[in-house]
Design a protein around this ligand. Structure first.
Ligand SMILES: *Cc1c(COP(=O)(O)O)cnc(C)c1O
Ligand code: SF4
Length: 362
């Protein structure tokens, strides 16, 4: 008995996900030098990989970008000098359990404390262990009331964990409750499910989301190898039902930190009708050190994307610094002020030209 109902084949698929790191490595035929330490990584940062995603791994490549995102590494439990607890300042900005309120007009609403897959670089890394979602205990009542009582909140962003791990009836109840709040104009769902478990994007879900428009889905593709026909079919169903789909990518060392990979990724998402929205600089959450690269490197990549990608296919490169200030753009800087009104500009093709800025006297 797996408890799944007809049309909820994704539940079964999720129950069959790989949760034993040693089993995963054995199946790939990869060696496991320190099995007991790998189990310790798993104890601290749970392993969960849907079979669909696992099957995308190229077992002939020990540095495979799919494997690096889902298989645990020993470095995850080694403290790094760059680690920061509460790396993006969310804890400081949580007025009630389940809500993160950093910008006046929009809140993050945490509705789930698990994900279909546990990404090794996740900035909410403690979440899979259920540490930070106290709000779920009271059925999110405090969180709903908070939104009810704050008319300045125009947009509610469902996040977690991953909101789409909730069973459809539960998700529906949450979404409808939010839809009935008069000042909430838009609902947004942040989910990696279209990437890690495309079977979840079934007709029942897509129909529900379509009905609750205006609704936006922000998904999370990091690498062109995740752009499979199955993933595309799920995205197409959403778009056909009138749901705008955006994408955020995390810039990850050894996974997507080069121009051809990012170009391929954003260009194809753009072709699919998905808007590349953010490229996130990797946060300094403990356990994510193996994936971090420098801002300088990220900006150099952004400068190159300016020539390889069409304008609407270029995401904003952003960083969320500690302290809860919110995301700040760190796009490549093409302008340097040489003197009052005199600018040196780096053109998209890398030439340097000067430009005099003259303000109208009208
Ligand atoms: C990222 C984020 C949002 C959404 O910001 P957008 O720039 O609108 O995508 C809202 N609240 C918090 C706390 C966030 O971290
Ligand atoms: S799906 Fe998102 S929240 Fe969940 S582990 Fe991956 S990055 Fe973190």
């Amino acid at each position: 008995m797996d408890g799944s109902r007809p049309g909820e084949g994704w539940r079964h698929e999720l129950q069959m996900a790989i949760t034993d790191p040693l089993e995963a490595l054995a199946e790939l035929g990869w060696e496991t030098p320190h099995p007991e330490r790998l189990r310790e990584v798993h104890r601290q940062f749970t392993v969960r990989i849907p079979r669909y995603y696992f099957d995308l791994i190229d077992r002939n490549d020990p540095t495979d970008p799919i494997a690096l995102q889902c298989l645990p590494q020993l470095q995850e439990i080694i403290e790094d000098q760059g680690d920061i607890e509460d790396a993006v300042g969310d804890r400081a900005r949580s007025p009630v359990p389940g809500i993160i309120h950093k910008y006046p007009n929009r809140v993050i609403f945490l509705v789930a404390n698990s994900c279909t897959m546990y990404c090794r670089y996740c900035f909410r890394k403690p979440v899979p262990r259920g540490v930070s979602l106290d709000g779920l205990r009271d059925g999110l009542q405090q969180a709903f009331h908070y939104v009810d009582n704050h008319p300045e909140i125009e947009e509610v962003i469902l996040s977690g964990g991953d909101p789409l791990v909730l069973e459809t009836p539960h998700l529906e109840k949450t979404l409808r409750r939010l839809r009935h709040i008069p000042h909430v104009q838009v609902i947004r769902i942040h989910s990696r499910v279209p990437v890690t478990l495309p079977s979840r994007m079934d007709d029942t879900l897509v129909e529900l989301l379509g009905e609750l428009r205006p609704l936006r889905l922000v998904t999370h593709f990091n690498h062109p190898r995740e752009l499979t026909p199955l993933a595309r079919a799920g995205i197409e169903r959403l778009i056909r039902r009138g749901i705008s789909v955006h994408n955020q990518t995390v810039l990850l060392k050894g996974i997507n930190d080069n121009t051809p990979t990012l170009t391929h990724l954003f260009r194809e998402l753009y072709w699919w009708g998905v808007t590349p929205y953010y490229l996130h600089h990797c946060d300094r959450t403990p356990g994510t050190a193996p994936f971090r690269l420098s801002i300088q490197r990220g900006r150099a990549l952004m400068a190159e994307l300016r020539t390889t990608l069409s304008g609407p296919a270029i995401p904003q490169y952003v960083i969320d610094i500690p302290g809860g200030y919110g995301k700040v753009p760190i796009n490549a800087d093409h302008f340097t002020e040489l003197g009052p009104g005199l600018w040196q500009i780096r053109t998209p093709t890398g030439l340097f030209v000067q430009y005099r800025d003259i303000e109208s006297s009208a």
